[in-house]
Design a protein around this ligand. Structure first.
Ligand SMILES: [Zn+2]
Ligand SMILES: [Zn+2]
Length: 282
């Protein structure tokens, strides 16, 4: 699906921009001065709503297919939603380019709209479905066969993390799952190690200076927690720590079942308690 169509220069505008024929010494009067600076702006990214509108206008899909289409390309990580805007991922760009290069006959707006039209004709009994499908499928099958052979050489470069696999020592790679990013061992299937990807922020822990991780509650709300929590630090906050922030115990802390329990047990040991008090600078 080509979602971004490049615009063409307006030919008419170009012709009108030509200078009128003038003779030497001819006095030219100023008619109108319009000071205007214009920048070429890229078209805004589609939101779900504007994409549905564009699909409607171009005659692609049917109201019942709009939502599943967007869900599918989101789930397959071809696009991601950034503050309501739909943005292509690296994978999405690669797949899109491969499709356009190899299936230009069918990966285009006109074909899709034409096909929808033919389906309507079949539904209304004006067209024989076997004939329609055969006309499409016979050449399509050949292209698929050809491309499948060529595609064996295409390899998606996996993003390597800085986390070594604790089972086999290989550097783990970042994969995309149903619930977002996670770390997987590249030694698969020999090593099946996989674990959640822990994202850390630049700003150090306001209590102990260690790294602060971004995590999500079950309700998908972000919170910030020191990597030493619950070992030697109990920093945890809803708000992202600011650089040089002076730590004050907040009234409302994220209530997390596991962390709460663990913190309680740890606090019983004197050694840990000391570090925690020191960290608070009292
Ligand atoms: Zn491993
Ligand atoms: Zn800390």
């Amino acid at each position: 699906m080509i979602l971004y169509v490049e615009g063409q220069d307006d030919k008419e505008e170009e012709l009108n921009a030509n200078l009128p024929s003038l003779v030497q010494e001819q006095e030219v009067k100023k008619q109108k001065l319009d000071a205007k600076q214009s920048f070429t702006q890229p078209p805004p990214r589609y939101t779900e709503a504007s994409l549905v509108k564009a699909l409607e206008e171009k005659g692609i899909g049917r109201p019942s297919t709009y939502s599943p289409t967007i869900t599918t390309i989101l789930e397959r990580r071809y696009i991601e939603k950034i503050q309501k805007q739909l943005s292509p991922t690296e994978l999405g760009r690669i797949v899109n380019n491969l499709l356009i290069e190899n299936f230009s006959d069918i990966i285009n707006v006109e074909f899709t709209a034409k096909m929808e039209n033919e389906f309507d004709q079949i539904a209304e009994g004006n067209e024989n479905w076997k004939h329609t499908i055969r006309t499409f499928y016979t050449p399509f099958e050949k292209v698929v066969e050809k491309v499948e052979k060529e595609l064996e050489h295409v390899e998606l470069v996996e993003e390597v993390s800085d986390v070594p696999c604790e089972k086999c020592g290989k550097m783990m790679v970042i994969k995309y799952g149903k619930y977002g990013k996670f770390l997987a061992c590249p030694g698969y299937p020999e090593c099946k190690n996989a674990k959640p990807l822990v994202e850390t922020i630049e700003v150090p822990c306001p209590k102990c200076g260690a790294k602060v991780q971004i995590r999500k509650t079950k309700k998908k709300r972000n919170y910030y927690i020191c990597e030493n929590n619950p070992k030697s630090c109990d920093y945890i906050s809803w708000n992202k720590p600011k650089p040089g922030e002076k730590w004050e115990e907040p009234e409302e802390k994220p209530e997390l079942e596991e962390t709460k329990k663990k913190t309680k047990t740890k606090r019983k040991t004197t050694a840990k308690k000391k570090t925690s008090v020191k960290g608070r600078k009292k």
